[in-house]
Write a protein that binds this ligand. Structure first.
Ligand SMILES: C[S@@+](CC[C@H](N)C(=O)[O-])C[C@H]1O[C@@H](n2cnc3c(N)ncnc32)[C@H](O)[C@@H]1O
Length: 194
């Protein structure tokens, strides 16, 4: 794997590697939302799933994905150019922590739920807001005027997903498996009939 990893932080790399491992248990059509340079897509393909597509808004990121052989489309995570129920699984990593308000996340989850079939899965990661070290890091990050970065509570994310008909099926800690020192979680939701 040679795209993106060497210019990234410890946590994004850890998230992508853990996510790719988890996703080996789930086949089917996969959409990677805010795919960036396609690092996760490449990992998932490498593990055997060839039915993957990425979506991102940034032309430079999409160009790198394409150059690495990934299928990607340009579009917004708030309004994705995909039909209802087209995918078995929609995933989004290392991105939701850049959205400061929950009201901004809700339409993203609505779209992620819309594009998967009934009983399909949504897999995301969040940064853990009970981890004090992480909160200090993000506070400093914001103070230095860098792009917005925030941790989330599992409960608030679960509530937003429930609003969109998706229930938490599994959670995996990123780093230590302790609610106060886990860096974050990979969360797997299942879309249920309402
Ligand atoms: C930190 S990168 C994460 C990339 C990738 N998921 C990964 O883990 O390597 C965040 C990505 O979100 C994309 N992005 C931000 N806002 C977006 C929007 N409204 N619609 C689509 N993509 C967006 C950016 O272009 C960027 O590629």
């Amino acid at each position: 794997m040679n795209i993106g990893f060497f210019e990234r932080g410890y946590l994004p790399i850890k998230v992508v590697r853990l996510a790719a491992d988890i996703l080996t248990d789930y086949g089917g059509k996969l959409a990677d939302i805010a795919c960036g340079k396609g690092v996760l897509l490449k990992e998932v393909e490498h593990h055997g799933n060839k039915s993957v597509i990425g979506i991102d808004l940034a032309p430079d990121q999409l160009a790198i994905s394409k150059a690495n052989g990934m299928t990607v489309v340009r579009g917004s995570i708030f309004e994705m150019p995909f039909k209802d129920g087209k995918f078995d699984i929609s995933v989004c990593f290392n991105t939701l922590y850049n959205f400061l308000s929950l009201s901004t996340l809700e339409p993203v989850f609505r779209e992620m739920a819309r594009i998967i079939r009934m009983d399909g899965k949504i897999v995301i990661d969040i940064r853990n807001n009970r981890n004090i070290l992480l909160n200090i890091k993000y506070w400093l990050h914001m103070k230095r005027g860098k792009h917005p970065t925030i941790s989330h509570s599992l409960e608030e994310i679960n509530a937003l997903m429930e609003q969109n008909g998706c229930s938490l099926a599994q959670k995996k800690a990123v780093g230590f498996n302790n609610p106060y020192i886990a860096w974050g979680y990979i969360l797997i939701y299942e879309k249920k009939a309402r």
